[in-house]
Design a protein around this ligand. Structure first.
Ligand code: NAI
Length: 212
């Protein structure tokens, strides 16, 4: 089945399946039933069967799923079999933490450049890279053709830089700023991350528990 036919809600669940299957592989699991996987993941067996049926005939009656095959297939659907070159703008608190601690390669990306407008940060080592002056962005993009960018800069700067990045060929953004990129550019791929929204959801959950 083609990727396009898989619904967005299934795609959203795939990284978690991928992670769990990786843990099972590390624990020497060869196969697992949908019931056992459901128990481990806090889902229902029928949900798991439905999800996996979207992308092929993996399960076998009485056998379950081959852990390694299923993980490989999910990895392919997630595009993890090719590394997309990515850059990061903003080597401040958030950007530095992301650049230093995230395992990009296991998530389908290679971080190839970190840029900042603050000259005092230029040359600073973060992980395997050094912070580059934002003034060198154009030449860098011409030479290395990054496909995706992480935005860890102030909102106002994001408004300006997003337009520039798109003109340099960036197609996808991992956006931590509060700039609503998708409203401004319909054709770019945007994944917004808002830790604050997640925290607010936690507040809601505690609040609704109190009212029961
Ligand atoms: P910070 O002030 O520590 O870092 C921002 C960095 O961006 C600075 O090093 C600054 O020199 C650089 N910068 C400014 N203009 C630039 C430009 N045009 N090009 C390149 N670099 C530029 O700020 P922090 O705390 O790291 O936050 C960064 C962004 O992330 C902010 O927009 C903030 O609101 C947002 N944020 C989002 C979170 C989320 O969950 N989505 C959580 C925390 C922060």
């Amino acid at each position: 089945m083609s990727k396009n036919a898989i619904s967005n809600s299934v795609i959203r669940r795939l990284p978690r399946y991928y992670r769990f299957l990786g843990e099972l592989e590390n624990n020497d699991y060869i196969r697992i039933s949908s019931r056992e996987l459901a128990e481990k993941m806090g889902l229902t067996a029928s949900q798991i069967r439905q999800d996996f049926n979207c992308f092929g005939e993996f399960g076998q009656q009485g056998y379950g799923y081959n852990v390694s095959e299923l993980r490989t297939e999910i990895g392919k659907i997630l595009g993890l079999d090719s590394l997309k070159p990515m850059i990061l703008l903003g080597a401040g608190n958030l950007g530095s933490a992301i650049a230093a601690h995230l395992d990009f390669k296991n998530r389908g990306f290679e971080l190839i450049g970190i840029f900042d407008a603050n000259k005092s940060l230029v040359g600073k080592e973060i992980g395997e890279l050094k912070v580059t002056d934002i003034e060198e962005l154009e030449d860098f993009c011409k030479e290395r053709s990054p496909e995706a960018a992480i935005l860890c800069i102030p909102k106002d700067a994001a408004v300006t830089e997003a337009e520039i990045l798109i003109s340099y060929g960036i197609k996808a953004f991992w956006n931590f700023t509060h700039y609503d990129l998708k409203m401004a550019y319909k054709d770019v791929i945007v994944e917004n991350v808002h830790l604050g929204d997640s925290l607010t959801t936690l507040s809601y959950c505690i609040n609704s528990l109190d009212k029961k």
